[in-house]
Write a protein that binds this ligand. Structure first.
Ligand SMILES: [Zn+2]
Length: 147
């Protein structure tokens, strides 16, 4: 399952942050930004993260997931735009495109055209992956803190 492998890589990054924090006791909050083009189901990701973090310091962490709308940028004329909900739907319902988004999101950019100059040199600036935005860690120095 796709979400499980993503959850494992998020957990690895969270555990890195935990290990590099002096006096770390437990992870209280994990903030994630999920790009809509990643076609990841946020609830499936949350569930997967719960499962893989069992027995780790992140076991009881709150998981905040913010959905990020995609933005595209034309490298020829500098025009920036976001896809319409219809575009996102079209991508998610086209088996070839949605596979592409999963395996290599940047390859999707080759299928995009700039609405202003019709140029095909388009970059996806955000909204195509999962970003670990921040990790809150309770330490021995905390007096309750953010619990
Ligand atoms: Zn353009």
């Amino acid at each position: 399952m796709h979400e499980t492998s993503i959850a494992l890589s998020i957990l690895a990054a969270v555990e890195d942050a935990f290990r590099s924090t002096p006096g770390a006791r437990r992870v209280t909050r994990i903030r994630l930004q999920v790009g809509m083009l990643s076609l990841i189901d946020p609830e499936a990701l949350r569930f997967a993260l719960r499962v893989v973090s069992r027995g780790t310091p992140a076991e009881d962490a709150e998981i905040d997931i913010e959905m990020v709308e995609p933005r595209f940028r034309c490298q020829s004329c500098g025009h920036e735009w976001g896809p319409s909900p219809e575009d996102v739907k079209r991508i998610s319902e086209d088996p070839n495109l949605s596979t592409l988004v999963h395996i290599h999101p940047d390859a999707l950019a080759r299928y995009l055209r700039c609405p202003r100059c019709q140029g095909g040199n388009v970059e996806i600036t955000r909204g195509h992956g999962v970003v670990l935005h921040s990790v809150s860690i309770e330490t021995d120095g905390d007096e309750g803190g953010e619990a």
